[in-house]
Design a binder for this molecule. Structure first.
Ligand SMILES: *Cc1c(COP(=O)(O)O)cnc(C)c1O
Length: 225
């Protein structure tokens, strides 16, 4: 795609977001994290050139490579993947703008310990396994509120900003909707939470209708040429 074709492609996504967000609330604002894990730096730059500034990666090594290669560009990098404990230091050193995938109290305590040593803070979202799927990371829906409070009080250097969830892995729209609505309900119960990260390429419109204010788009926003 040339620049004009790419702009048209992305504009279609913006239009869908615009329709969906109005169904939730006239004042609702949605941010897009462009997930670049399937593409290279060239494609990140193409999207940057038509206005995108926020990008996400699910592996620490990829995040390191892309953010270093593109360090001259004013980009905001998010980490969205499962974090193995032997990668904690590496992630902290990259100073990501936001970690979406804080998936347990144990992980939070381990990260907080390293943050204290380095005298750094990290913005993070608590990942909720809202459809209770064994294939997914994250805290149980019923325990999310309590664990959020525990992390807030025990992990001084982690700055919790809200919640993240991956929609139920099914074709049943009602079940997907339920997973988003229950995540949004937890978000609404949290004092001071500002980010509700839900929705990927296949389900972002539904997620926004249910109150997502941050979507993570990979394949939809990076078309296979
Ligand atoms: C890969 C990934 C995405 C983007 O996936 P698409 O379906 O390509 O939009 C979003 N969130 C997480 C956590 C991911 O791992």
């Amino acid at each position: 795609m040339n620049t004009i074709e790419y702009k048209i492609h992305v504009d279609k996504i913006y239009e869908k977001i615009e329709s969906a967000r109005k169904l939730f609330d006239a004042q609702h604002i949605v941010r897009i994290v462009a997930v670049s894990k399937y593409v290279g730096c060239k494609q990140v730059e193409s999207l940057y050139n038509i206005g995108q500034r926020t990008f996400g990666e699910s592996r620490v090594q990829e995040l390191a490579q892309k953010s270093q290669t593109l360090q001259k560009l004013p980009l905001e990098w998010h980490f969205i993947g499962n974090l193995q404990s032997n990668k904690i230091n590496a992630l902290i050193d990259l100073k990501p703008y936001l970690m979406h995938s804080l998936s347990s109290l144990e992980l939070a305590l381990a990260i907080d310990k390293r943050l204290r040593v380095k005298n750094q803070t990290l913005n993070a979202l608590l990942q909720i396994n809202s459809a209770d799927e064994s294939s997914k990371s994250g805290v149980e829906l019923d325990r999310a509120y309590d664990i959020y409070q525990q992390i807030s009080s025990q992990c001084e250097n982690i700055k919790l900003k809200g919640v993240m969830s991956i929609g139920a892995h099914t074709d049943d729209k009602l079940l997907i909707r339920k997973s988003f609505e229950s995540t949004r309900a937890v978000f609404d119960s949290l004092d001071g939470a500002t980010i509700c990260s839900m929705g990927m390429s296949s389900d972002y419109e539904l997620a926004i209708e249910c109150g997502s204010n941050m979507i993570r788009l990979g394949s939809a926003i990076f078309p296979a040429n």
